[in-house]
Design a protein around this ligand. Structure first.
Ligand code: ADP
Ligand code: MG
Length: 660
């Protein structure tokens, strides 16, 4: 777009952007002129002008209503409103009480206005969610031997080096090679405090570089950057209506049919059997059509949940759909994964103990050769340790990760296994099931630690270190001890969740019991389930569900994915999380901010409360108006105002959730 002239939106553009609002405004004008001409006694002109108001204000609803009727043979509330308005107009012409035509037009107008308002609420919510994602730049400054070159971001490849100057947006997820800077990561975390970063740290696409120039190395394909994955998730969330909404929509259809039937009965039985006068009964039946329609009921849920989703997104809590928002408010028990969730996942190797006759370097070399293929924090730590010691890694082949156990592969024809102590025995079972390259005999041998390693291992585990074995064919090369720190706010989060009335907080981990206990103590968790395989995590979740009903699971790894899917609400750690966890989860905590969990629960409870209030309010209002109509104490305009007013009130009440 050109920068020189500020475009003034033409009427056409305005109409394109807000067709509902423009139609409602025109309808209002016509209505006013119709009423005025009627006041002046020009009946013919009034009828024509009012007819135009009907057409313009009711066009969209009629179109939608007829489409539903023809395609799905269903009546919807929109059509009901139109029928009621046309009924009023017909009655007005018949009885020559032309103000009834104005009443019908008022109905159509208010209906058009509330439609436009609802559309506006939806748009705002959508914008809110999207504003969370700053636009990522289209081009990046690629560093090549020949010099700098601007290239499209999607052309970047893993391993490319790029330069980001101060104040620029980061084009894609990358690791800092040189330079330091503070970055504004609000677009992914919702937190506007700048974050200091230096060589070795990861930066994310769409975040804003501060004062330092950064030389970066692209470490994953641009299309799978965090922000791109999140955008995908949000797009998906917006096209999927939550089950509660679908239920209400189905309910609406049958309800609408019942109302039409009752309306017809109300219109014809009293005059036939009781001798009432036709005109009054038809008028009452039309009012009945209006006030009995469940518009307010339908507006009770979606705007509320969408507002909650938008509020969460602003704070770095990504709800994939509205149901999850309701669900997390109801959770009674929460299960946490340990590594990467309660702990930072910034695992580091603290000690390498070789078996007698082996060298420390060899232990690291063999282990790192396999772990180079691993996405697990333990694997990355081992590779880092090897790099730090500048150990050259041999190539490993046939590498297979065994989720929750470890990893195995071949180096120079030898079978290497890196993993937890029990991995030896456990993988036997696995190998026969999944037909990988493990042979029973190989692993059966040499699976107990030499005495000197046993003592070392026990001591390390007692102090919260994770110990993995490195096995080569039938020989133990040694053990590697790794340390991980609990997240600074983990203990506080657990405490707050308890204060919010969460009855049970447990830890689920694949790590061994003594390591787990020590982290549990530090984070204030009493119940620990250790040495779990991914499927064991699932059974613990099931057990908790039997006991507590709604259960949330928080995790980050591939090993957590089955449990995330099983739990009533699966919550994944955003930046640290594996893709699988991110996709399986219902809620994503951006940038690993575990402490946002408390906010999520709170938001969920508020949403549930507002939806309940709305439904009670909407239902009572419908009942009230029905009674008033049967008592004969409201006319058409009052019925319309009561009906549309209550719809508006619940919509606005839902929008309260947009505020913090
Ligand atoms: P958590 O449940 O705490 O996230 P995992 O289920 O991912 O832990 O892993 C459980 C255990 O399996 C680890 O403590 C480690 O002993 C072993 N393990 C898993 N993956 C690897 C790997 N890539 N290299 C070495 N050991 C591993
Ligand atoms: Mg984990």
């Amino acid at each position: 777009m050109s920068q020189s002239s500020l475009p003034t939106p033409s009427l056409g553009q305005l109409f394109k952007q807000h067709p509902d609002a423009v139609a409602a405004a025109v309808c209002a004008l016509l209505l006013f002129f119709g009423w005025l001409t009627l006041q002046l006694g020009w009946v013919g002109l009034a009828v024509i002008v009012l007819a135009a108001a009907y057409v313009i204000g009711g066009y969209e609803s009629t179109r939608e209503g007829l489409t539903t009727l023809i395609k799905e043979h269903q009546l919807d509330v929109d059509l009901l409103m139109i029928v009621a308005a046309l009924g009023a107009a017909g009655l007005g012409l018949w009885r020559q009480e032309y103000y009834l035509i104005v009443d019908g037009a008022v109905l159509i107008l208010i209906f058009a206005i509330s439609g436009a308002l609802e559309g506006y609420a939806m748009q705002r919510t959508e914008r809110n969610i999207r504003s969370l994602m700053a636009v990522t730049p289209d081009t990046a400054r690629l560093l090549q031997p020949a010099g700098e070159q601007m290239v499209p971001v999607e052309k970047l490849q893993v391993g490319d080096e790029i330069l980001v100057k101060p104040g620029e947006l980061i084009p894609t997820d990358a690791i800092i090679l040189a330079g330091y800077s503070s970055l504004n990561e609000a677009s992914i975390t919702g937190e506007s405090m700048p974050v200091e970063k230096q060589a070795g740290d990861e930066v994310f696409a769409g975040t804003i570089n501060g004062n330092g120039a950064l030389k970066l190395r692209v470490h994953q394909p641009p299309e799978s950057s965090l922000i791109q994955r999140v955008i995908q998730l949000v797009k998906q969330a917006q096209t999927e209506a939550p089950p509660s909404q679908l239920f209400i929509e189905r309910f609406e259809r049958s309800y609408a049919q019942v109302i039409v039937l009752v309306g017809i009965l109300l219109a014809i039985t009293p005059p036939i059997f009781l001798g009432w006068d036709w005109e009054t009964t038809i008028y009452r039946a039309l009012i009945f059509l209006v006030v009995a329609s469940p518009c307010a009921l339908m507006a009770s849920i979606m705007p509320t949940l969408l507002s909650g989703i938008a509020n969460g997104a602003r704070q770095g809590i990504l709800f994939k759909n509205g149901t999850q928002l309701e669900m997390i408010g109801r959770v009674k028990a929460i299960a946490f994964d340990k590594t990467g969730t309660l702990t930072t996942g910034n695992v580091t190797v603290v000690q390498v103990t070789p078996a007698t006759g082996e060298s420390e370097t060899d232990v690291l070399r063999m282990a790192a050769a396999l772990e180079a293929y691993s996405e697990h924090p333990i694997g990355q730590a081992i590779v880092q340790a090897a790099q730090l010691q500048q150990i050259e890694l041999p190539t490993a082949t046939d590498v297979q990760a065994q989720t929750g156990l470890g990893i195995l592969g071949k180096v120079n024809g030898q079978l290497i296994v890196v993993g937890k102590a029990k991995y030896g025995q456990l993988s036997l079972e696995y190998s026969s099931r999944e037909q990988n390259l493990l042979s029973r005999e190989k692993l059966n041998q040499g699976c107990s630690l030499p005495p000197e390693l046993t003592t070392a291992s026990q001591q390390l585990e007692a102090t919260g270190k994770t110990v993995v074995w490195v096995v080569c064919d039938d020989k133990i090369l040694g053990i590697i001890a790794l340390a991980d720190k609990e997240r600074p706010l983990a203990a506080q989060t657990v405490k707050r969740l308890r204060q919010l009335g969460i009855e049970q907080v447990v830890m689920l981990t694949g790590d061994n019991a003594s390591t787990a206990e020590s982290i549990a103590k530090a984070t204030g968790i009493e119940q620990v389930y250790a040495e779990l395989l991914p499927e064991d995590k699932v059974s613990v979740i099931r057990q908790l569900q039997r006991q507590y009903g709604a259960v949330a699971m928080v995790g980050d790894g591939i090993n957590d994915a089955p449990a995330l899917a099983t739990a009533s609400v699966g919550i994944a750690m955003g930046a640290a999380g594996s893709d699988v966890a991110l996709e399986t989860a219902d809620i994503v905590l951006m940038a690993n901010r575990l402490e946002k969990l408390e906010q999520a629960v709170y938001l969920g409870r508020r949403a549930t409360r507002i939806v309940q209030q709305n439904i009670v309010f909407a239902l009572s209002f419908i009942v009230l108006l029905l009674i008033a109509n049967f008592a004969g104490s409201i006319n058409m305009p009052l019925g319309v105002i009561g009906h549309e007013g209550s719809t508006l009130i619940v919509t606005l009440s839902g929008l309260r959730l947009l505020r913090n």
